[in-house]
Design a protein around this ligand. Structure first.
Ligand SMILES: [Zn+2]
Length: 74
């Protein structure tokens, strides 16, 4: 998995329980890539901040499937 894909998919990593296959691949990349790790940590911090202030609803499952298939196609 390259840096660009990791950075686009990093929200899966923030929700570690959502998509294990992708979370694992991202985590592996983050171990070896300090640049993405810093970015991921920053994004996670922002997401957690937003969630702590806004009520949240899950994306529709069709949208989640579309995102996943896009990520796997590349
Ligand atoms: Zn990277």
């Amino acid at each position: 998995m390259g840096c660009r894909r990791v950075q686009r998919a990093v929200f899966f990593w923030v929700d570690r329980d959502q998509e294990e296959r992708i979370v694992e691949r991202i985590a592996r990349h983050l171990e070896e890539c300090p640049q993405c790790r810093d970015r991921a940590t920053e994004i996670e911090r922002l997401i957690l901040l937003v969630r702590s202030r806004c009520p949240r609803r899950a994306a529709p499952s069709r949208l989640q499937d579309q995102i996943l298939s896009l990520l796997e196609r590349q």
